[in-house]
Design a protein around this ligand. Structure first.
Ligand SMILES: [Zn+2]
Length: 433
């Protein structure tokens, strides 16, 4: 369990390192907000008449301070179901995963989903995550997953921000009444409209679902997050229609295309043309590198495709890309522990983003890019007046953090410490201390 430490009303965090700065920084946290951020606050604030005498001081030891991580694509209702009888995915494909889930989901209960999801949230938070976008499968007349995750979102809001997608795992039009269940999910309180056009039984259904997703988002004022083109088929091009419709509706920045694996298979001339639309629409992309590395390329012999979208090319074009764990031991993926540093490590390798400037800038994929995808920029960041949400990484710089795939030493939310951790090594051998 995550221990809640009580804090005095104001705390001065000293000896922090920020990305791109060599000088120690200080953060004054008061009433759950950042009250001041900068160098030598212990001197400058008293000079301005601020009384620091009752303020608790915490020395962060020169470690890197960052905004908390965002996991922008996760399925909290699926976690820890991989070993359930009938759920084991023999082929390792996306489509067998969907079938296995469909075959085994009828016995879900609200309490059981919440219990599994609660454990997954704790693991994510221990890895520095404070923002999660979770899909909830609504192709279930009882809407059990959605009810469970809506309750959990409220119960855990002091620990983590959870956004929920009303997601038709078995299709909006290929599952009877799927579109109505998605709409019901929005009425019940889901934050985002979901879709899965490449899974629909024919292209026309997929296209119709994109129209419906944008129509529902506009009608209810919701965000959009579509499982889009999660296939190696270069002819799966629903991201084009989704972007064009969102652009026309003026809600591109509220829209996310998750996965878009097919862009890893499509030719350059198509991608060149598409890029103009993506930039104009300002839609977001969410990539789940470990999941899609595992699931895609299953019809290939060799050469075998990498399965992920064009993270580097999208990034270089100024298009926002964030990352997701996607699965934690479910019928699609047998591993996944919520450690976003591993997810980042994979994407840097798979997308070949390892120039030193790219590595030095890599934490953006887990931080500001995630907050952009989640449309939370107004309340996110190390800025005076914003909620005092931050993490302390066990490394002095971004390069060292990425190099070490480092752990998290502290997580603070609304000024309250969620946890602290220490790494200690005991050895009588000097070299190994
Ligand atoms: Zn997914």
């Amino acid at each position: 369990m995550i221990a809640m430490a009580s804090e005095s009303a104001a705390t001065l965090y000293t000896n922090a390192r920020f990305a791109g700065s060599d000088k120690p920084q200080e953060l004054l946290v008061e009433n759950g907000l950042f009250a001041a951020i900068g160098e030598d606050l212990d001197k400058s604030l008293p000079a301005q008449g601020y009384d620091l005498s009752g303020v608790k001081t915490v020395d962060l030891g020169g470690k890197l301070v960052s905004s908390p991580f965002c996991d922008t694509h996760l399925h909290l209702d699926y976690v820890f179901t991989a070993r359930k009888p009938g759920a084991v995915n023999e082929t390792g494909t996306l489509f067998e995963g969907i079938q296995r889930w469909s075959d085994t989901k009828s016995d879900l209960t609200v309490d059981e989903v919440k219990e599994r999801a609660r454990k997954a949230v704790a693991m994510e938070v221990h890895h520095g995550v404070q923002y999660i976008r979770s899909h909830a499968d609504v192709t279930d007349p009882n809407l059990t997953s959605l009810k469970a995750l809506l309750e959990l979102k409220e119960e855990l809001k002091d620990i983590v921000t959870i956004q929920i997608v009303s997601f038709p795992q078995e299709g909006m039009y290929s599952y009877k009444g799927g579109d109505e269940l998605v709409e019901e999910g929005l009425k019940m309180g889901a934050d985002c409209v979901g879709g899965i056009p490449h899974y629909e039984t024919c292209r026309e259904f997929g296209e119709r679902s994109m129209h419906k997703v944008v129509e529902l988002a506009a009608k209810y004022g919701k965000l959009i997050d579509v499982h889009c083109d999660e296939t190696d088929d270069p002819n799966s091009r629903f991201v084009e229609l989704l972007s064009a419709l969102a652009y026309a509706e003026g809600i591109g920045e509220m829209t996310t295309a998750s996965h878009t694996c097919s862009l890893g298979s499509t030719d350059n001339s198509y991608f060149f043309h598409l890029t103009k639309l993506l930039k104009a629409a300002k839609i977001n992309f969410a990539c789940a590198p470990t999941e899609n590395l595992y699931l895609q390329g299953r019809q290939d012999t060799f050469p075998k495709r990498r399965g992920i979208t064009r993270v580097k090319e999208l990034t270089d074009a100024g298009i926002n890309v964030s990352l997701g764990q996607d699965s934690m031991q479910d019928p699609w993926y047998p591993l996944g522990n919520g450690n976003m540093m591993i997810i980042l490590d994979y994407v840097l390798h798979l997308a070949q983003m390892m120039s030193f400037p790219e590595i030095d800038d890599a934490l953006k994929f887990l931080t500001i890019n995630g907050a952009t995808t989640m449309h939370l920029r107004d309340q996110y960041g190390l800025e005076v007046g914003k909620p005092a949400n931050f993490i302390v990484l066990d490394a002095p710089t971004v390069f060292d953090a990425v190099y070490e795939r480092c752990g998290i030493l502290r997580s603070v939310r609304n000024g309250r410490t969620l946890f602290t951790s220490k790494t200690t090594i005991d050895s009588e051998i000097p070299l190994l201390r």
